[in-house]
Write a protein that binds this ligand. Structure first.
Ligand SMILES: Cc1cc2nc3c(=O)[nH]c(=O)nc-3n(C[C@H](O)[C@H](O)[C@H](O)COP(=O)(O)OP(=O)(O)OC[C@H]3O[C@@H](n4cnc5c(N)ncnc54)[C@H](O)[C@@H]3O)c2cc1C
Ligand code: SF4
Ligand code: SF4
Ligand code: SF4
Length: 559
């Protein structure tokens, strides 16, 4: 610091570096980089873009309302479901956020929910991308996140789109699988309605392959998207499982969310360790049952969302680890017990998790009235004839193309998450549009990544991460359908927005301009979100590297 001199310049204080003793041939370049949050969002959301539009709104000359709207428009370019994803996404974006190197990741998911809810309240319409109407008709099978994401991206490009859905309402597993205390139905339906309002024809109670033949579908549509999900729950293949009192997880959850009364009795065993098992257990608990989850591995290997497991335990749901069901006993017609065998962990299997190995002679009975098998699901290809695969799973290229005119995405490709289904639906739509318009196949841009090592952590003030408020635990079971997660307040929203480092993208902190002795940096007259705040003129640059050294977010490189 002793070497630094300060000089007053028009517009503010500038701090010049000592003249470089040696001329360097390196010159600063402004290089937007890929932050880990965006890299790890399967929907491909421009998280930094929408957050910093709000954080820098004053510099951009935007009112709060204008900034929120612009931010939301950026977000829905790739994800038309921010309110839904802001509730159910396990936010892999946050796991990798560069702010984890300071006091904790930016609460991206809570922010997403807040801006999503704000847009619903304001009744904003989704943005059209191309005004000209196209002739090629598009058929989408399945109104889950994948099918609706594909339909949205095609409709906003001007294509006439028809979505066929076999159930009575759109939403797929987010509607029929996820309980309402996690995903309120009105929020989901309002986000779906916005997509339908783009002019999409939605045909409910229409099973493709049954209510409309494959030949008719093919004659009507130039492009078909398979978004059928994987709603066929698997039973255990254990003796005694056929008959009343045994359900698959998806079957049970569907019935409950469809308003049906399901007789499960007092004691319920749920088999499995994934999201479906936890949701089924918590819903059965809300029906007044004593619930035990039986899982054949340990807590470490459980694939369910961590916080959901914690919440299930708070609801007095028991979890027995390292046990697997081998038989269901019945007294007459009724289920009376599940016979389980103890397990120990052996070598890792194909999934990388340690394989459960049965312990001979360790069997015992767990008395139950009903059993919910939530071990896995698969796609029901049976009505789809020639559109389906020969085996259980269909294969597609990285754009979701199965063959010319046929695309697929979401759980039908592989069991995953809603954010993955949304991302795959969009990628398939971009590829289908390119093929129809005879444009080159879409390519993902190679952008350099920006990791924690390039961020000047000390530049940013300490700010604790905001946390969501939850309904008091005592109310969880007494108000079974009411949303537990209450989100964050509008004040917390603005606090949290300001925690984003803007990794790899200029946010106008002025340090490059302040530290550059030969005045290479000049402020851009009209600032635009996503664009630099400064122009660089290199004729006077001596390559001192101060600007790159001082840039806190790693936007400036020396080349
Ligand atoms: C219980 C449960 C909890 C979950 N929790 C989460 C979570 O918290 N977070 C998360 O991100 N993900 C979660 N998931 C996963 C997520 O719901 C799925 O990854 C996502 O819904 C997949 O979207 P999709 O569009 O591919 O399929 P789906 O959502 O399954 O939608 C497929 C649609 O196609 C329809 N269909 C099927 N066959 C036909 C046909 N022949 N004709 C017409 N229509 C047809 C179905 O009725 C359905 O509406 C959960 C899944 C389950 C089961
Ligand atoms: S969809 Fe999920 S991963 Fe993507 S920004 Fe939202 S919370 Fe993060
Ligand atoms: S600090 Fe902001 S830009 Fe950087 S990884 Fe986190 S959310 Fe993304
Ligand atoms: S130092 Fe600040 S103003 Fe300069 S490029 Fe980096 S972020 Fe932008």
């Amino acid at each position: 610091m002793g070497l630094l001199k300060k000089k007053k310049k028009k517009g503010g204080l500038r701090i010049g570096g000592a003249a470089a003793t040696q001329q360097s041939t390196l010159r600063p370049v402004r290089l937007t980089k890929l932050p880990p949050c965006i890299e790890h969002c399967p929907s491909g959301t421009d998280i930094r873009g929408w957050i910093t539009t709000i954080a820098q709104r004053e510099k951009f000359g935007l009112s709060d309302e204008e900034a929120y709207k612009q931010a939301w428009l950026t977000l829905v370019e790739t994800n038309p479901f921010p309110s839904m994803m802001g509730r159910v996404c396990p936010h892999p974006c946050e796991d990798e956020c560069n702010r984890t190197a300071k006091e904790g990741a930016v609460s991206i998911n809570a922010l997403e929910r807040t801006i999503g809810d704000w847009a619903l309240e304001k009744k904003l319409s989704l943005p059209i991308l191309e005004e000209d109407k196209k002739d090629e008709s598009i058929g989408v099978i399945g109104a889950g996140p994948a099918g609706l994401s594909f339909a949205y991206q095609m409709a906003r490009r001007g294509y006439p789109v028809t979505v066929y859905e076999k159930t009575s309402k759109p939403g797929g597993m987010v509607l029929w699988g996820i309980p309402f205390y996690r995903q309120p139905e009105d929020v989901l339906q309002n986000e779906i309605q916005r997509i339908i309002d783009l002019g999409i024809e939605l045909k409910l109670n229409t099973t493709v392959g049954k209510d409309i033949s494959i030949d008719e579908l093919k004659s009507k549509h130039k492009v078909i998207f398979l978004g059928i999900g994987a709603d066929k729950g698997r039973l255990l293949s254990a003796p005694g499982e056929e008959g009343p009192g045994v359900f698959t997880g998806t079957e049970y959850l569907y019935k409950v969310n469809n308003g049906e009364t399901v007789e499960i009795g007092k004691k319920v065993a749920v088999i499995g360790g994934g999201d479906t098992a936890i949701d089924a257990a918590r819903v059965a608990r809300r029906a007044g049952a004593e619930v035990t989850i039986l899982y054949r591995r340990t807590r470490t290997e459980m694939p369910a969302i961590d916080s959901e497991v914690e919440d299930a335990i708070k609801e007095d749901i028991k979890i027995e680890f390292l046990v697997a069901p081998i038989e269901i006993k019945r007294a007459g017609d009724k289920v009376s017990a599940v016979v389980v065998q103890k397990m120990e962990l052996g070598e890792p299997d194909d999934s990388g998790r340690r394989r459960p190995v049965p312990i001979e002679g360790s069997e015992y009975d767990v008395p139950i009235d009903s059993l919910i098998a939530a071990i896995s699901q698969q796609a029901d290809w049976s009505p789809l004839g020639e559109l389906g695969p020969e085996g259980k799973w269909i294969e597609a290229d990285k754009h979701g193309k199965v063959r010319d005119g046929l695309y697929c995405g979401g759980d039908a490709l592989n069991l995953g998450l809603a954010t993955i289904a949304i991302g795959q639906g969009r990628l398939a739509a971009e590829a289908a549009d390119a093929a129809l318009r005879e444009k080159p196949e879409p390519k993902s841009e190679e952008i350099p990544k920006i990791g924690k090592d390039r961020i000047k952590l000390d530049f940013y003030d300490e700010k604790a991460r905001v946390e969501r408020k939850h309904r008091p635990t005592e109310e969880w079971l007494s108000k079974p359908d009411e949303e537990i997660d209450l989100g964050i307040t509008s004040e917390q929203f603005l606090e949290e927005i300001n925690r984003c480092f803007s990794c790899g993208l200029c946010f106008g902190c002025e340090r490059c301009w302040m530290y550059c002795t030969p005045s290479c940096f000049s402020k851009v007259a009209k600032l635009t979100p996503g664009q630099p705040f400064y122009d660089i003129k290199l004729d006077t640059c001596d390559g001192c590297k101060k600007c790159a050294d001082e840039c806190p977010c790693g936007y400036i490189d020396m080349q």
